[in-house]
Design a protein around this ligand. Structure first.
Ligand SMILES: [Zn+2]
Ligand SMILES: [Zn+2]
Length: 713
């Protein structure tokens, strides 16, 4: 009869009753199980009516079926009502009924109630079995916050009831401790065998969950040692073992061991065919910096999802290969894989790194369409992308659109304002950040001090510098010192800057010394400071022409022409070179790149004609070539300067960018003093806004002929 009922459902049961046949608990139980498995509430409720009519609502076994059906249909209150109809003596003799009650509450987001029911069950004298324990242990993990320590008590109960050796119960215990964050306790269970022998050695579930727990907790080495231990004990590895192991290797950066594990994965038959193993392999190789192997695995995967692409894309991005990363991103979209918020944020940071504004705007539009801009990581990447492209208003809009801002959000715009020459807005935002309760970090203070130095705010700068460690617990690093030197240098307070350099416990790096030389270039080489900086730089970056040029210009600034010439001679004798400068500009989504005196562009002839026109028109407006910036002090020095890469890029912008649109140029080095002077006048006489992002900051050259950096960079 039982099999008939299961096959044909409630209708048959009803028919049987109508004909006067007596139902039994097996028929009812079978029909209820069918409803539970399919989460079908309506026939379940009809069965409940039958149960009631036939007087089975006092039977613990039948009611267990009802409780299970209701809790799988997410009707916990109904389950509780059904449970209450069973008289206590019947109820307390049936551990299955209690078990489904506990499981029902655990499954429906009421872990605390589940644990309490378990206690009620124990006080009613019902003995739990190997099926009750896993359920209540899951509930303990979920209830850990509300009822800490309860898992430990249930553990004691497991031991007392003699289930300590049961493989299922043990792996549930491990999982419970992992979820509660007590990894040491979890490890202890795995490593001690109460029955002293076999039986649980082959159960890999507990080992896998502990390993995953170590990986999530950032304890890669412990995860790896667990893997070694697991092999030593002969526990079988499965497809869920490897991702944890590979993640640990990625975190530990051990590419050699990664290769060995890769081999054993192939041997065990769990190859790239399993997408999540393939993904973990790509990610491991990419994080260890072995992009070639990452590509190799990726190419062999029979199917790929967005995670596979993300690992490869972020791998490229981490190595600064932004173009390659964006290429992959476009390929991913072309193959029809939809982006998620992780890959969208990654692509946007690549756009910021290049920067590639047009593609960034596309990704932005796509993210809005798919609702990904609601993720704070995407919002943060948008703020940075726009700020780094010099579009500070758009950065502000992206910032305003983020409803839950974190420290990275605030920092992105603080740094963005600072680099775009809007120091006071940057500082105002910093105060709002602190008021909002967000904690400023190392990078935030780079932005804040940069803002102070560019706005020439000495007192405020000193105050923030002192508050970093004292109030916010962030120890100042070389970048912060460089900003302070820059700030003091800008104000001509070179001896105060020198004092800062001699602070105990601080070792200036190349960036700091370059800031010193930049200050000397403006205010003249005094008190041996320029020489000290230049010597340090000659040692730190031999072969770089920049410190020689800066030192020569510092001497020139204080009228010491003979010494300036001596430095230039030294530079020639030592055969140092200028690091090749590149400038690029993006018009209509296409990137045009130039070196100095570059004739490789298809429209080179027009560009050079435009440069000539440009130099003539600014000459009429008062421009004189600043020959101190030429590498070779020859008759052609002025021509050399006129063909600097940023001037070529601006000339192209004047030729092809739509009228009225700002010309945006990016440069890998700092802009030179001559180009800076020239572009101020270009912006004025052509009535065009020119934005140059160089290695240090942004220069917004306005139509009035002044630069946002205040002529100091
Ligand atoms: Zn230049
Ligand atoms: Zn400037």
């Amino acid at each position: 009869m039982c099999s008939v009922a299961r096959a044909t459902g409630v209708g048959v049961l009803q028919l049987m009753m109508n004909r006067g046949l007596r139902l039994d608990q097996y028929a009812l139980g079978g029909a209820l199980r069918e409803c539970s498995a399919q989460h079908r509430l309506l026939p379940g409720q009809q069965l409940h009516a039958l149960v009631y009519k036939s007087g089975f609502d006092g039977s613990a076994a039948v009611v267990a079926g009802l409780v299970d059906m209701y809790s799988k249909c997410r009707m916990v209150a109904e389950a509780v009502r059904a449970f209450a109809t069973v008289p206590p003596p019947e109820r307390d003799g049936n551990c299955v009924l209690w078990a489904v009650m506990v499981a029902g509450h655990a499954r429906n987001g009421e872990p605390v109630r589940a644990v309490r029911l378990f206690c009620d069950m124990r006080s009613a004298g019902v003995s739990p079995n190997q099926f009750t324990f896993p359920t209540v242990l899951t509930a303990c993990a979920a209830a850990a916050e509300a009822a800490p320590g309860v898992g430990f008590q249930v553990h004691g109960c497991v031991v007392r009831s003699g289930f300590g050796g049961n493989a299922f119960v043990r792996s549930s215990l491990v999982e419970m401790y992992v979820k509660c964050g007590d990894l040491t306790a979890a490890r202890k269970i795995l490593e001690t065998r109460e029955d002293g022998g076999s039986g649980d050695g082959g159960n890999e579930v507990g080992w896998n969950s502990l390993m995953a727990g170590f990986v999530r907790g950032g304890r890669a080495n412990e995860a790896l040692s667990l893997f070694v231990e697991m092999r030593r004990r002969g526990v079988d590895e499965d497809e869920f073992t490897y991702p944890s192991v590979l993640n640990s290797l990625a975190a530990a950066g051990s590419v050699a061991e990664g290769g060995a594990v890769h081999c054993s994965i192939v041997k065990s038959g769990f190859g790239e065919g399993y997408v999540h193993i393939g993904n973990a392999l790509v990610d491991m190789y990419a994080k260890c910096g072995d992009l070639e192997s990452a590509h190799g695995v990726f190419d062999h995967m029979p199917s790929r999802d967005v995670v596979s692409w993300t690992s490869l894309i972020t791998g490229c991005a981490r190595r600064g290969l932004y173009e390659a990363a964006l290429h992959l991103f476009c390929e991913m979209r072309a193959t029809g894989v939809e982006s998620d918020y992780v890959v969208a944020a990654g692509a946007l940071s690549c756009c910021a790194g290049l920067p590639a504004l047009a593609l960034g705007e596309q990704v932005h539009a796509g993210s809005v369409r798919r609702g990904l801009d609601a993720f704070v990581s995407v919002g943060n990447a948008l703020v940075t992308m726009y700020a780094k492209a010099g579009c500070i208003e758009e950065a502000r809009q992206a910032f305003d659109a983020i409803s839950h801002r974190d420290a990275i959000t605030w920092t992105a715009l603080i740094v963005g304002y600072a680099q775009n020459g809007r120091g006071r807005e940057s500082l105002r935002l910093y105060h709002r950040m602190v008021e909002s309760g967000a904690r400023p970090d190392y990078v935030t203070f780079i932005g804040v001090l940069f803002a102070c130095s560019h706005a020439g705010l000495e007192e405020e700068g000193r105050r923030h510098f002192d508050s970093m460690e004292r109030t916010h617990g962030v120890a100042p690093g070389p970048e912060h010192y460089a900003c302070m030197v820059d700030l003091l240098g800008r104000l001509g307070k070179l001896s105060a800057a020198a004092e800062l350099l001699d602070r105990p416990g601080f070792a200036p790096d190349a960036a700091v010394w370059k800031a010193v030389l930049a200050a000397c270039r403006v205010h003249g080489a005094t008190a041996g400071l320029a020489e000290r900086a230049a010597e340090a730089l000659f040692r730190a970056c031999p072969g770089d022409a920049a410190p020689y040029m800066l030192l020569a210009n510092s001497y020139a600034a204080s009228g010491r022409w003979e010494e300036a010439r001596r430095v230039r001679r030294l530079m020639r004798r030592r055969g140092v070179r200028k690091e090749p400068g590149w400038s690029w500009t993006e018009v209509g989504g296409e990137v045009h790149a130039f070196r100095a005196a570059d004739r490789g562009h298809p429209r080179a002839a027009e560009i050079y004609a435009k440069v000539e026109e440009m130099m003539e028109r600014i000459g009429e407006a008062g421009y004189r070539a600043d020959l101190g910036w030429a590498l070779h002090q020859t008759a052609d020095a002025a021509v050399e300067l006129a063909h600097h890469s940023e001037k070529l890029a601006v000339a192209l912008g004047l030729l092809i960018a739509p009228p009225g649109m700002p010309i945006r140029v990016f440069k890998n080095l700092r802009i030179c003093g001559d180009c800076h002077q020239a572009l101020k006048l270009v912006a004025k006489v052509y009535g065009r806004v020119v934005v140059v992002r160089d290695a240090a900051c942004f220069h917004h050259f306005g139509r009035e002929g002044i630069c946002s950096c205040g002529d100091f960079w």
